[in-house]
Design a protein around this ligand. Sequence first.
Ligand SMILES: [Mn+2]
Length: 357
Amino acid sequence: MIRMKEVLRTIDRLKRCLRKSDNMRAVIIPHISADGDAVGACSAFSMALENNGIKASIITCDFFPEYLKWLKNANKAVSLQDRSEQCKKLIAEADIIFMLDHNTILREGDLQPLLRDYKGLKVIIDHHPEPEEVDFIISNTRVSSTCELLYTVISRIWGDEAITPDMANALYTGINTDTGGLSHNSSHPETYRVVADLLDRGLNKQYVHENLYQHNRLSRLRLIGNALLNKLTIHPDYPLALIPITGQELEKYDFKEGDLEGLVNIPLSIEKVLVSIQITQRKERVKLSFRSKGNIPINLWAKEYFNGGGHLNAAGGQSTEPLEQVVQKINETAAWFFDQCKCHSSKRSASAQSTEN
Ligand SMILES: [Mn+2]
């Protein structure tokens, strides 16, 4: 509660700052491999700024996934990958930069050097622990999602009426996707109060659900089916599920950005599995997604060995090593991790492991 008070004070300080200057130019940046919460936040906040006289541009280090492009303004995002000059210009001319759904510029891919050199105001609006030092830190790990927090930011600065039906749809997209359809990280009543308010502001829940969950392609179902049937393994000594996916497989099943969304959660539906890791070959990098049950701090493993981090139950990481070596490293460090959280299911030592998956 004390924390939320502090957050509200920072929002009020931001409100005064936004009021002060005319013709303000803002840049909004999501994290690399943006998800529903990041794109929903960019969509809603860009509309809020524009509707209130602030010029807003969304800049990405990669591209938004196909399945989120229906969100308003998502198609206006400028990517460093194909419009780098425009990105540089927008950042250089910005009075204020909003970092949404991430706590450090380290999550901004190749935009990092530009952000490091940027001298204007920086604002973090996020729900990940330990945000880096910037001018305005609007961060609370208790909320379900950045979009839930953003509802408070927008309504406190411009009033409830500032939330349009399109913004409500975008904010609900973030709340829904970051909680697996309100299944995890959504036990605080405040989340539902925000959803109720969004319904009052014109949220079209059915429209959002149709766009998020009923636009599947057959090739995507086959990609996921193949992963579950042929790639998923359960560790013999630890309550650990692994799903390695190669670049060839992505190609074979016509992979589109966002196609693997949610896959890593599926093995957790097996009773004895407490940790699930998906390892995906993405061009020059291997991307890792970590999930855990209960109070197992999976972010610890991601941070210690895989250049990543995140929440207690959901984290990400990356590696420049080949896929097989990353899988090997997981197997080699599993003993260390399960010792850390004292939840290993067997007493066999790491040296007795014989998995090669
Ligand atoms: Mn989020």
